[in-house]
Ligand binder design. Structure first.
Ligand SMILES: C[S@@+](CC[C@H](N)C(=O)[O-])C[C@H]1O[C@@H](n2cnc3c(N)ncnc32)[C@H](O)[C@@H]1O
Ligand SMILES: [Zn+2]
Length: 326
C-alpha cells in the first residue's frame, strides 16, 4: 500500500499511532473472553484491536466515532487484525450513547473506554482546521457532516464578551479579554477566514514577553474554540451518564482525558455517582433513598510512565480515571 497514492491510502498509515496508556487501559477494564466492550472513541482502533483480542470470538466489540474518516480507517484495520471478534461499528456522537446502543440492540456492556479529544491524524490533516501549525479554513468540526457550527462562525459572530468567556473558561487563557478584543477589531474590517488569521489575532492579544514561554501562544485558544464548536464538555457529561446506565454490574468505565476541564467532569461525575445518601446532615433518617451506582477505582488519576511519554508525546497530559458499576 502506497502512503501517498490516495487520500484513503495516506489515512491508513496516519491512523496508526501508538494507543495512549494501552497497558493501563487493558489492566483496568478487566475484560475477559465473552465480554461486551464499547469503545466510544474508536479513532484508528488502536485500543480496540487489543480489546477485541481479549473478548475473543464469543465477545462483542462496539466501536463509536463521529468521524467518517476514523470509522473507515478502523473498519479496515479491524478487518485485518481482529477479524475473529464480532463487532458493531456505529457512526455518531457518544453524547447520544442511549440512541446508538438501543439502535444496535445491545443488551448491556461490561467495559466502556473514552479516549477523549481529537486523534493525531485529525490534527494533522490541514483541511480540518484543528492545527495552529498550518494555514487552513477555520473549521474544527469533529463531525463535518452533521455539526453546523464551525470555528469561523464562532470567531466571526459571537460577541466579544462571549468570546472572552469561552477563551477563559474552555482555554483557561489568561489573556482571554485581550484576544477577544483583537478578534472583534480585526473582523470589523474583514472576517477571519483561516487558522492563520486566528493565530495572528491571538498573538496580538498576548504581550510579547508572555508569548515566549508556555508552548505555542495559540494552544489554549484553539482548545477553547474546538470545545465550543463540538460542545465537548456537554457531550462528555451526557455520554458518561448514559454509560453508567448501560454498564452491567461489575463492569468498568475507563476515561482518558487530556486537559483539566475534562478530568474535572469525569472526577465529579464518578464521585457523585458513587455517593449513597445525599440527605442534608441535620436529617436524622435518610429520606432521599439515593443508592450509589459506581465505585471509584482510581482515587487519583493514573498517568503515563516516563518511558511512554518519551515515546509517545500525546501521553504527556493523559489522565486515566476508572469506576466500576455496583
Ligand atoms: C483520541 S482519538 C481515539 C484514538 C483511539 N483510542 C486509538 O487508539 O486509535 C478520539 C476519537 O474520538 C472521536 N470522538 C471525539 N469525541 C467524540 C464524540 N463526542 N463522539 C464520538 N466520537 C468522538 C474522534 O473523532 C477521534 O477519532
Ligand atoms: Zn438520604
Amino acid at each position: 500500500m502506497a502512503d501517498t497514492q490516495t487520500a484513503a491510502g495516506t489515512l491508513k498509515l496516519e491512523f496508526r499511532h501508538e494507543p495512549v496508556m494501552l497497558a493501563e487501559v487493558l489492566e483496568q477494564l478487566e475484560l475477559s473472553e465473552g465480554s461486551v466492550v464499547c469503545d466510544c472513541t474508536l479513532g484508528g482502533a488502536g485500543h480496540s484491536i487489543a480489546m477485541a483480542a481479549q473478548v475473543g470470538e464469543t465477545g462483542l466489540l462496539i466501536g463509536i466515532d463521529q468521524d467518517d474518516m476514523a470509522l473507515a480507517a478502523a473498519h479496515e484495520r479491524l478487518d485485518l487484525e481482529a477479524l475473529g471478534t464480532p463487532r458493531k461499528l456505529l457512526k455518531g456522537n457518544f453524547g447520544d450513547l442511549d440512541e446508538l446502543l438501543c439502535s444496535a440492540q445491545v443488551p448491556g456492556v461490561d467495559g466502556f473506554l473514552f479516549d477523549l479529544g481529537v486523534s493525531s491524524p485529525q490534527l494533522d490533516i490541514p483541511g480540518r482546521g484543528f492545527s495552529y501549525h498550518e494555514d487552513a479554513p477555520l473549521d474544527m468540526r469533529m463531525d463535518p457532516g452533521n455539526n453546523t457550527l464551525n470555528a469561523a462562525e464562532v470567531v466571526n459572530t459571537y460577541n466579544e464578551a462571549d468570546l472572552a468567556r469561552i477563551l477563559r473558561v474552555y482555554g483557561e487563557e489568561r489573556y482571554a479579554r485581550e484576544i477577544a478584543r483583537q478578534i472583534v477589531r480585526r473582523r470589523a474590517t474583514e472576517p477571519l477566514r483561516t487558522t492563520g488569521d486566528l493565530v495572528e489575532a491571538i498573538k496580538a492579544g498576548i504581550p510579547a514577553a508572555a508569548r515566549r514561554h508556555g508552548g505555542h501562544p495559540a494552544r489554549k485558544s484553539f482548545q477553547a474554540i474546538r470545545i465550543e464548536v463540538n460542545h465537548e464538555l456537554d457531550v462528555l457529561e451526557r455520554g458518561l451518564e448514559a454509560a453508567v446506565r448501560w454498564l452491567n454490574p461489575g463492569g468498568r468505565i475507563c476515561v482518558i482525558s487530556y486537559h483539566s476541564l475534562e478530568d474535572r467532569i469525569v472526577k465529579h461525575l464518578f464521585n457523585e455517582q458513587s455517593q449513597g445518601c445525599i440527605c442534608p446532615p441535620d436529617i436524622p433518617v435518610c429520606v432521599c433513598g439515593h443508592v450509589p451506582a459506581l465505585k471509584v477505582i482510581t482515587r487519583k488519576p493514573l498517568v503515563a510512565s516516563a518511558d511512554e511519554v518519551k515515546r509517545n508525546p500525546r501521553a504527556r497530559s493523559a489522565k486515566i480515571r476508572v469506576a466500576e458499576r455496583l
